[in-house]
Write a protein that binds this ligand. Structure first.
Ligand code: ADP
Ligand code: G6P
Length: 478
């Protein structure tokens, strides 16, 4: 009997599905939006480019049956509890994540974690191979799936394979620490086209291929020596957000009213500062709090005139570095409020929750100063979301030069978060610069995001993927 299974011309594979399975204490299942910038961006791409999304449901156990949502076909991949520990928390987030983010915390190396990474990448590739129509475009996402490109090529040589890295790609001196460095590079070289956030990331990858695999490289291309004559292109295509969709949401009367209400419930401060991050050590939350605390201690600013709202989304809570970060941040917030807060006017409002998109848009509109101070960040979509929500041209963005976003939004109030004095000055400038000048800056930032939205990013990426296969033309004489 022939199978009538539907297959797809576009298959996206990401560690997470766009929705996350939550089971409450009574066993009721609810699907909520998954955390992080990858999902924010790819969800809007998939709305205009229908296809299948292969990913993990966010909890341990057998994969739920495939289902359709918002015009997307979702194909869950199952991870056992041990694989969640070894592949997701272990190799992905305690080996690769720190190495790819400048070793802000030390990386751990364990051979069992690597074995799980190989196994799970193969499972993703098998699911992709089942979902892809003949000649389909397969678009693999991020550091959790660096072996999948080569596995997919083995299973389905007919499809076109792209990979995009949402996080930085490290300099070869750091990448070389990985005992499995050659296998990771070979996994990626299974793709036809590799996209990175910054040109520096693409160059780091090409250099790693040259120095660690001894391959010939020319500009953006790496020549394979497997007899195929293939050359793989690696270049920067920085990701973005759905500018129009978010701008429309931010214009809604209920969202604008909510922004006013937020300010009122905080006592209508003269300056409302805001931080919005996953609770991750890459985000520079500690440095931000230190700079803020010093500004209060030195009486440059203080409650009730100035207050800070820090939204810290729960993240990777079973990984030790994240657990200790949370403890440290919560202790620091407690100390700042204990020493510098006033009755009815705490110095920091700390919220450890996820919120609906409407509430985030209202918060962005309510904030006079947005603090985006990562020590290292592939892009940082929060920075782009903030300016998108400021159709009133109000507000000021303090932005770390170590984010991908800074390469596009360098008119912002730039800071090096390691330089606490400099960070304090940037915060004060963001408060004190005359309104007309701030409006001029905001207009320029908004124009950049409006012209370089996620739809344009996806078009550019897919066009580059279509143009990518770079093999010598077959000899017409056979
Ligand atoms: P990362 O991908 O490292 O988490 P980004 O800044 O690129 O960082 O993307 C974060 C995404 O998650 C943004 O779309 C942001 O609006 C969203 N987000 C962050 N914190 C929250 C929260 N507490 N509730 C809902 N969405 C959040
Ligand atoms: C970043 C990564 C994504 C990841 C997200 C949330 O954006 O680039 O791949 O999905 O963080 O992290 P989590 O570990 O919860 O998936």
């Amino acid at each position: 009997m022939t199978s009538t299974r539907k297959t797809f011309d576009l298959v996206v594979a990401a560690n997470r599905l766009p929705v996350d399975k939550q089971v409450d204490e009574h066993g009721n299942v609810e699907w909520r939006r998954s955390p992080g910038g990858l999902v924010t961006a790819m969800e809007s791409v998939m709305r205009s480019n229908p296809g299948a999304w292969v990913g993990w449901s966010g909890d341990a156990g057998e994969a739920p049956a495939p289902f359709d949502e918002d015009g997307m076909h979702l194909r869950p991949v199952g991870l056992s509890a041990e694989e969640v520990r070894d592949f997701y928390e272990g190799f992905s987030n305690d080996t690769l994540w720190p190495i790819y983010h400048d070793v802000i915390v030390p990386a751990s190396f364990h051979r069992e974690w690597w074995a799980a990474y190989v196994r799970v990448n193969r499972r993703f590739a098998e699911a992709v191979a089942e979902e892809a129509a003949p000649g389909a475009r397969v678009w693999i996402q991020d550091y959790q799936l660096q072996l999948a490109p080569a596995f997919v090529r083995e299973l389905r040589p007919d499809v076109r394979i792209g990979w995009f890295n949402h996080i930085p790609f490290p300099p070869v001196e750091l990448f070389a620490q990985l005992p499995w460095r050659a296998a990771l590079l070979e996994g990626l070289l299974g793709a036809d086209f590799l996209g990175f956030q910054r040109q520096a990331d693409a160059r780091n990858f090409v250099r790693a291929c040259r120095q660690l695999l001894g391959l010939r490289t020319k500009g953006e291309r790496v020549a394979l020596e497997d007899g195929s004559g293939r050359r793989v292109r690696a270049t920067a295509i920085p990701i973005s957000i759905d500018y129009r969709g978010l701008e429309e949401l931010a214009q809604r009367p209920d969202v604008r009213a909510r922004a006013k209400e937020i300010r009122e419930s905080l006592g209508n401060p003269k300056v409302l500062m805001l931080g919005v991050d996953r609770l991750d050590y890459t985000k520079g939350i500690r440095h931000r709090l230190k700079a803020y605390e010093e500004l209060l201690l030195e009486r440059h600013i203080g409650p009730p005139d100035v207050t800070l709202v820090q939204v810290a989304t729960p993240s990777r809570e079973r990984v030790e570095a994240y657990r200790s970060l949370r403890e440290e941040i919560e202790q620091t917030v407690g100390r700042i409020n204990g020493e510098l807060g006033k009755i009815g006017a705490p110095a920091v409002h700390y919220l450890h929750h996820s919120y609906p998109r409407e509430e985030m848009a209202a918060l962005f509109q309510a904030a006079d100063v947005m603090l985006v101070t990562p020590l290292r960040d592939g892009m940082n979509l929060v920075a782009k979301e903030y300016v998108t929500c400021r159709h009133d041209l109000g507000g000021a963005l303090v932005l770390s030069e170590f984010t991908g976003a800074w390469h596009e939004l360098h008119q912002a109030f730039t800071c090096n978060p390691h330089d606490i004095e400099g960070l304090k000055q940037a915060m004060l400038r963001a408060i004190n610069t005359p309104t007309r000048d701030k409006e001029r800056i905001m207009r320029a930032l908004r124009r950049r995001v409006a012209d370089h939205d996620v739809q344009r990013w996806a078009r550019r990426y897919l066009a580059a993927l279509d143009a990518a296969p770079d093999v010598p033309a077959p000899d017409p004489r056979g």
